[in-house]
Design a binder for this molecule. Sequence first.
Ligand SMILES: NC(=O)c1ccc[n+]([C@@H]2O[C@H](COP(=O)([O-])OP(=O)(O)OC[C@H]3O[C@@H](n4cnc5c(N)ncnc54)[C@H](O)[C@@H]3O)[C@@H](O)[C@H]2O)c1
Length: 418
Amino acid sequence: MTTVGVIGLGYVGLPLAVSFAQEGCDVVAVDIDPRKVASIEAGKSYIEDVSSEDLKELGGRIHATTRYARLAKADAVLICVPTPLTRNREPDLQPLIDATQALGEVLQSGQLIVLESTTYPGTTRERVAPLLEESGMAAGRDFHLAFSPERVDPGRTDFTLRSTPKVLGGLTAECTERAEALYGLICDHVVRVSSPEAAELTKLLENIFRSVNIALVNELAMLTDRMGIDIWEVVDAASTKPYGFMRFEPGPGMGGHCLPVDPFYLSWRAREFDMATEFIELAGKVNAQMPYHCVSRAQRALNDSGLSVKGARVAVVGVSYKADVADVRESPALKIISLLRGLGAEVLYHDPHVPNLTEFALSSTPLEEMLTETDLALIVTAHPSVDHELIATRARLVLDLRGVTRKSSAARATTITL
Ligand SMILES: NC(=O)c1ccc[n+]([C@@H]2O[C@H](COP(=O)([O-])OP(=O)(O)OC[C@H]3O[C@@H](n4cnc5c(N)ncnc54)[C@H](O)[C@@H]3O)[C@@H](O)[C@H]2O)c1
């Protein structure tokens, strides 16, 4: 039986651990957070894409622990730790370095190590391999090493780990073969590339592609606002082209752990090659502008009804960074709330996935209760479980940043879309 180790049990690591366990593998799941370890041991999931039932059904096949020593018995170990930015917006590889050093101390001859964390091209070869080689073993000879980016899209149900092709690139042909055999257990289609660098850049290209296209449609939304053209009508019409166009929708800006962060790993790396990655920087700038644009749109909407933001009661609907998840990391809603408060608004929020926003000392208010005394309802994230029809009917004024009320029969002149 194959034993798989997973380091970092977050949005990426936990679903991977569960997939391998479901295929009959023994899984050693390591995290430095003892609360996560205890939660898994108790069969309680803290990730939307993994149900507690799934964890319980797997019985004893996932062994969660804070102890790296348990990884010594694994045939393969997948590293899924965070790769954030520092305060100066440079790659912060500290979690990866910590995890790799700890793994190096228990590394065994013949093991396959795969990095899954999103990072700049060169990380696997230049940063991970040397740290593991401090064990005295050589990468590609005594142990195998590869990079395989995770493509999980939290909240998505139409594509699963199994049905989403998995890209991978090993340090040597044998490393790639070992990794392909491993991922073949949980993925229907494995895509081999020639090197870890190609695999690392593949993931960044995917995320940069999204970031740039979102920025493009957001910039057009700011322009159409001035021109008096409905951006949604234009996006709908352009989407009827059967080829050469891909739909992206305007919104309040980018959030989550990936799009606001990952592209800057490449910008940083590009500077070593005397290149300024202008698309990346520009997309970041335009997307960071959107919460400001949305607040100024809210200010105008209130003004048009004879109200000022100062003293207005604003109900923010949806605060996670996207629909159907609880993740508020880098969510544009946080920026919007802080800007509205700065202007003197009284802000309440409703989000079925986010019970509390501790940094604002706020708790989710029941929707009906929130709408009664509200001057403006601001739809920031459109969770399908939220009754947007009710919002369009009840709220005095609605600013819909996601276009969900556009087709609503209840939408009135006081329902405005971005
Ligand atoms: N969240 C996504 O949708 C997504 C999608 C694709 C790729 N990624 C990438 O995958 C990586 C992980 O992202 P995530 O969203 O799962 O992060 P996460 O914060 O949800 O989980 C990371 C886990 O790693 C643990 N950890 C940190 N340092 C550790 C260490 N030294 N040893 C052991 N455990 C440690 C943390 O406690 C945490 O539980 C990142 O590089 C991210 O960019 C994320």
